[in-house]
Design a protein around this ligand. Structure first.
Ligand code: GTP
Length: 349
């Protein structure tokens, strides 16, 4: 079974952290998101994975040396300076995917428990060209929403409908099965949106079906979603009772290799410290993710924030909810960042 993962987007909502790393490589409890995805695909019976990337994303992935989990992995590159959107990369990979059988498509910014074999089975039973995994959410307005007819056929698909006009609470979970016939619906070498162009047309032609899924599903599209994803996964894979007489850990907490924490500091709850993070004395960090090699000075408080790789937060600083300190940025001693302030990569504040 083949799967194509779309990971060539710009991740604008997660800037400035995405200025220096693609969304698919954001650490989720200290493991890159793409690694989680590859593991799940291998467990789900997939044998070959195509990574639909741009040049920069490919570079970053190669640097990471992820485990391939026994999968055959190929890259399919968007043309330089022409991102192909969410459908164009599928057409671009037509030769690699081939015309033999249906294949899986995944957005690369998700953590989910969706059973790939179940959605493939559901696709095989119907007359669909595309079968979308549908997940029920409270506020569907920020997603693509499906209106179902009888027999799981999607009669209307609307991308990000205005609040209050959504025809249902069933959203595109970013996982779908496509039949090779799909290649006839996507023009070559052009940016094409699956959600705004291809799905609505398939719905009109009665060739779009849905497959309802439940269980864990979350995308890391926005900073608060990214924090929430870490929080949810921490519940299942946090370090058990990381105890020390020097500092205190309030579970759930995950500490990467080589982390050093000073006396009287309190870490957690819901906090991830990446590899080689150094935390000073009397520091409080909660509901936050600190990327590898970052340093946090004495007497500093970090609450509900994202601290990038090798960033430096000085002594007696305060980093409030929703703040993002990007990679290699420096927050000087005593600085107080109010809610939702972002510091760009390598900047000093
Ligand atoms: P935002 O700019 O924050 O909306 O992020 P995004 O565009 O990266 O993500 P979005 O949720 O819009 O896209 C869904 C998936 O498709 C993500 O995994 C993206 O990486 C991927 N994607 C989006 N645009 C492209 C593209 O032009 N080329 C490729 N290869 N993948 C894309």
């Amino acid at each position: 079974m083949k799967a194509i993962i779309l990971i060539g987007g710009f991740g604008t909502r997660l800037r400035p952290l995405t200025c220096t790393r693609p969304k698919a490589l954001f650490p989720i409890v200290n493991k890159p998101l793409l690694q989680w995805t590859l593991e799940k695909l291998a467990q789900g019976g997939v044998t070959e994975v195509i990574l639909a990337v741009n040049k920069l994303t490919k570079f970053h992935i190669k640097q990471q040396r992820l485990s391939k989990c026994g999968l055959k992995i190929k890259f399919s590159l968007d043309p330089p300076k022409t991102p192909l959107g969410t459908a164009g990369p599928i057409k671009k990979a037509e030769k690699i995917i081939g015309h033999d059988e249906p294949f899986l498509v995944l957005n690369g910014d998700l953590i989910t428990e969706i059973s790939y074999s179940e959605i493939l089975q559901s696709h095989a039973e119907g007359k669909a060209v595309a079968t979308i995994a549908l997940h029920e959410v409270e506020d569907p307005s920020r997603y693509g929403v499906a209106e179902l007819a009888d027999g799981n056929r999607i009669k209307r698909f609307i991308e990000k409908p205005p609040k209050g006009t959504e025809p249902s609470k069933l959203i595109n979970a970013g996982v779908y099965v496509l039949s090779p016939k799909i290649f006839e619906y996507i023009p070559t070498d052009k940016a094409v949106s699956m959600e705004r162009e291809v799905f609505p047309r398939l719905a009109e032609e009665k060739k779009l079906y849905g497959h309802q899924v439940c269980g864990l599903w979350i995308d890391i599209g926005k900073p608060e979603d990214y924090l929430q994803t870490n929080k949810m996964l921490l519940e299942s894979c946090a370090d058990k009772n990381p105890k020390s007489s020097k500092f205190e850990c309030k579970e759930p907490v995950a500490l990467g290799k080589g982390v050093s924490i000073g006396e009287k500091s309190v870490i957690g709850p819901c906090t991830v410290l990446g590899k080689n993070v150094t935390v000073g004395r009397n520091v409080q960090i909660r509901d936050s993710v600190v990327f590898e090699d970052a340093k946090i000075g004495d007497d500093t408080v970090v609450v509900g924030a994202l601290i990038g790789e090798a960033a430096y937060v000085g002594k007696k600083a305060r980093i409030s909810e929703g703040c993002i300190v990007a990679d290699h940025a420096k927050v000087k001693d005593g600085a107080k960042l109010h809610e939702k302030v972002s510091v760009c990569p390598a900047k000093e504040i």
